[in-house]
Design a protein around this ligand. Structure first.
Ligand code: 13P
Length: 299
């Protein structure tokens, strides 16, 4: 199976009436959690890491290449169709480095730009990525960020602008702002399903929902019926990773042999406890999104 285009994964989901989760990873353990969960449920996978939630100096000092190499290695060995996404890259040079390293899908964090600037920036990304056979996702409209109310105000995606944006850029997937909120850990977002339907009527490309953590379970199926075939989830996974590690630390014996507890990959590995929690949540979400059992060629 191994590496396949994110566009192919999303087009197949669109035809099949289900969505694929992008479970944003930050290290080897979280990448493994995502791929193992997908393999165990025979679901297509979109592995990847995010540029908006990591230190830019670290990313620019080799973080992009390290995460890409880790993800690429797992994607190539995967038993299910797997794409590798560099999500919310912070600059065009970062996009190029992700592509050069082996990401086969990219997204530039351009949603705070004006429409015209966003079109110009995204078109440049599409030219570079498509020349290498890679998929491009872009966001139009802007999401609220529940962790920082001082950040730019949310801007819902306008269906007419969406049509113009997709036609002018040639993007393969469009992330939309329809009430979904980034990093929402208390309560649930209010989703504007009418707006989603209006956008999908105008663009007909796979739609993407960022802010999967606070997205209401009851709106998942209606969203899929309105063109959504990818949900991005990040915050909830990191919460669970920390919880798993915290319980492992609570259970530490006095004077532990540190080699058992750090990096051993045995059942004592404290990061393994975090990974187990993340993996269980990813499996729950894969089932909710309807992509379990969809890894086969006929799905
Ligand atoms: P959450 O962290 O709110 O789940 O959103 C993740 C995301 O949208 C990454 O692109």
């Amino acid at each position: 199976m191994s590496l396949v285009g994110m566009d192919q994964i999303l087009q197949r989901a669109l035809r099949g009436g289900y969505a694929v989760g992008y479970f944003e990873a930050w290290d080897q353990y979280s990448l493994e959690a995502a791929i193992e969960a997908a393999e165990e449920l025979e679901a297509p996978a979109i592995l990847g890491f995010g540029g908006a939630v990591a230190d830019v100096a670290w990313l620019d000092g080799g973080g992009v290449e390290s995460m890409t190499a880790l993800g690429r290695c797992l994607a190539e060995r995967s038993r299910v169709p797997t794409a590798l996404l560099f999500n919310e890259a912070q600059s065009y040079p970062q996009i190029l480095r992700g592509l050069r390293g082996g990401c086969n899908a990219v997204m530039l964090d351009s949603s705070e730009l004006s429409l015209e600037e966003n079109i110009a920036a995204t078109r440049r990304v599409v030219e570079a990525a498509h020349a290498l056979g890679a998929t491009v996702e872009a966001e139009l409209g802007h999401l609220a960020d529940a962790s920082d109310p001082d950040k730019a105000a949310p801007r819902p995606t306008d269906p007419d602008e969406a049509a113009r944006f997709v036609a002018a850029t040639g993007v393969d997937a469009l992330a939309v702002s329809v009430g979904n909120v980034h990093i929402l850990t208390e309560g649930e977002a209010q989703i504007d399903l009418d707006r989603l339907a209006a956008i999908y009527q105008r663009v007909q490309v796979p739609l993407v929902i960022h802010g999967g953590t606070g997205f209401p379970a009851a709106a998942i199926r209606p969203a899929i019926e309105r063109g959504v075939c990818k949900f991005n989830v990040g915050t909830r996974l990191k919460q669970l990773y920390l919880e798993g590690i915290a319980s492992a630390l609570d259970a530490l014996p006095p004077s532990p042999n540190v080699h058992d507890y750090v990096g051993s990959r045995s059942e004592r590995d404290v990061f393994g406890w975090g990974k187990a929690m993340v993996k269980a949540e990813i499996k729950r979400l894969i089932r909710l999104y309807g992509s379990a059992g969809k890894a086969g060629a006929s799905s």
